[in-house]
Design a protein around this ligand. Structure first.
Ligand code: SF4
Ligand code: SF4
Length: 376
């Protein structure tokens, strides 16, 4: 970390353990278990981003955003669809006068050229800025959802200066990485990556993107920090910090976008940029991983297309996780209700036996019944 950066963290009141201090020169230390340098290159964009960024979420807290900037966090991620524009509006207001200090990413759910362009104008207005740094095609989990038309729209917006760079956010990086590389126009990919979701089935695709100069942003890094977790499951308090440190050990990850609901959580997250990943962290993550095993879908997509009634198992379990692990019922329900009628009306409770045997130990039928009862 540059001396000025370290000073910034110190001024902000964070304790930097000497042993955890990593200079930007010794990136090789990642392999030996360091969490990593505070600032990293975002692929070939030329942007330097903090290893811990901020996923501002559906209802951002302006105090958290202000404190994040004080701490040196410089990557902020939102989306047009979060809270139907509220997330962008609050973020824009919180960034007033500080816009040039941050790298700002937003996303569009638009599928047609017209919708993508319309979304961008709405985003810029809500964010109170004349450009974003990264414009993602949101939640594109199959190659077919990254269409020529969508790519053309993003290129046009880039030419117009409304976005500096183009990105894709995806829950299934394995499915889309080669397509993105073949298109050759995207600068950034945002995907889920965590101790529970990571190895080994995402690692190779992430490495390929990184080697091609695409900045990789990790999302869904922290699991079970908020929301519903069954009482009998005891989760270690510092798990989120360990989870971030685990992700930052991967040099192919440029930044992360954890959500912090208050400044205490934010400050804990920021520590991941300055501390070692330790054997205690490893143990803690093992305990957490075991505890959430039957409940948390790893999004490996092994069960894709296997339900005879066409239940999109991974999607429904992800929506449930927004509530059960993210504590956000509205986000969970909104996503569930966006599925076509014929899909969301299927009830797993009418199936006596589920054909899906999850290799990761998720109790698929039970969890789907909970999703369909809670969110329908
Ligand atoms: S339910 Fe299991 S098999 Fe299906 S995506 Fe989730 S982790 Fe993979
Ligand atoms: S319980 Fe039945 S409907 Fe539900 S996912 Fe399994 S096979 Fe499909």
């Amino acid at each position: 970390m540059a001396r000025s950066s370290r000073r910034k963290f110190l001024q902000a009141g964070l304790i930097l353990p000497a042993a955890g201090f990593v200079s930007s020169h010794n990136l090789n230390a990642f392999a030996q278990g360091f969490a990593g340098a505070a600032y990293r290159q975002l692929g070939k964009t030329g942007l330097k981003v903090s290893g811990v960024g901020s996923g501002v979420g559906i209802t951002p807290d302006p105090d958290v955003i202000a404190r994040a900037i004080d701490l040196g966090v410089n990557y902020f991620d939102t989306a047009r669809g979060y809270g139907e524009g509220n997330s962008e509006r609050i973020t824009g207001a919180a960034l007033k006068g500080k816009r040039n200090k941050v790298v700002l990413a937003t996303k569009t759910d638009g599928r047609t050229k017209a919708d993508i362009i319309k979304d961008m104008d709405a985003s810029l207005k809500a964010l109170d800025t004349d450009h974003v740094d990264i414009y993602h095609l949101h939640s594109r989990d199959t190659p077919e959802t990254i269409t020529d038309e969508a790519v053309e729209a993003c290129e046009m917006l880039k030419k117009q200066g409304k976005t500096r760079f183009m990105g894709v956010s995806t829950h299934d990086v394995n499915a889309v990485a080669n397509h993105i590389l073949k298109i050759g126009k995207f600068d950034v990919v945002q995907t889920n990556y965590s101790y529970a979701l990571g190895a080994p089935f995402r690692q190779a695709a992430i490495a390929r993107l990184h080697e091609a100069g695409i900045g990789v942003v990790a999302m869904k890094v922290i699991i079970a920090v908020a929301g519903f977790v069954p009482k009998e499951i005891k989760l270690p308090q510092e798990g989120p910090l360990a989870a971030l440190k685990w992700v930052l050990m991967n040099p192919a990850i440029s930044t992360t976008v954890p959500y912090a609901k208050n400044t205490i959580e934010l400050e804990m997250n920021a520590r991941a940029m300055t501390e070692h990943y330790t054997p205690e962290d490893e143990k803690m993550l093992y305990v957490r991983n075991q505890a959430i095993r039957p409940l948390y879908c790893r999004m490996c997509y092994e069960c894709k297309g296997k339900c005879p009634k066409n239940v999109p198992v991974t999607d429904e379990l992800r929506f449930l996780a927004y509530n059960d692990f993210g504590g956000n019922f509205n986000q969970a329900r909104d996503n569930f209700l966006r599925m076509p009628d014929e899909i969301r009306s299927v009830r797993c409770s009418n199936c006596s036996l589920c054909v899906i045997q999850c290799p990761n130990g998720v109790e698929v039928r039970n969890r789907l019944i909970r999703a369909q009862t809670l969110l329908a």
